[in-house]
Unconditional design. Structure first.
Length: 83
């Protein structure tokens, strides 16, 4: 999934987190976090964890074109969990 690295940097600074601290909160290596920021891409599960660590909903760090995909995924999960 595509993520907005500028938004991630902003939120990281806002929360006064170093790259190592943010990576640890996400359960990933600092190198992986660096790759995510550079490539602006990761698995949706990692993106969710990253958003949670930054204290925001997933949509806030997703690229605009990804937001519809997120809504669809969450709708499917809600349907699956309600059965």
């Amino acid at each position: 999934m595509k993520v907005d690295s500028t938004k991630i940097y902003y939120l990281q600074i806002k929360r006064a987190l170093t790259g190592n601290e943010l990576a640890a909160l996400c359960g990933i290596t600092p190198r992986s976090l660096s790759r995510i920021k550079k490539n602006e891409s990761t698995r949706i599960t990692t993106a969710r964890t990253l958003a949670h660590a930054l204290g925001v909903p997933l949509e806030e760090i997703a690229k605009k074109e990804q937001r519809r995909f997120i809504e669809d995924q969450e709708g499917q999960e809600h349907e699956h969990n309600s059965h």
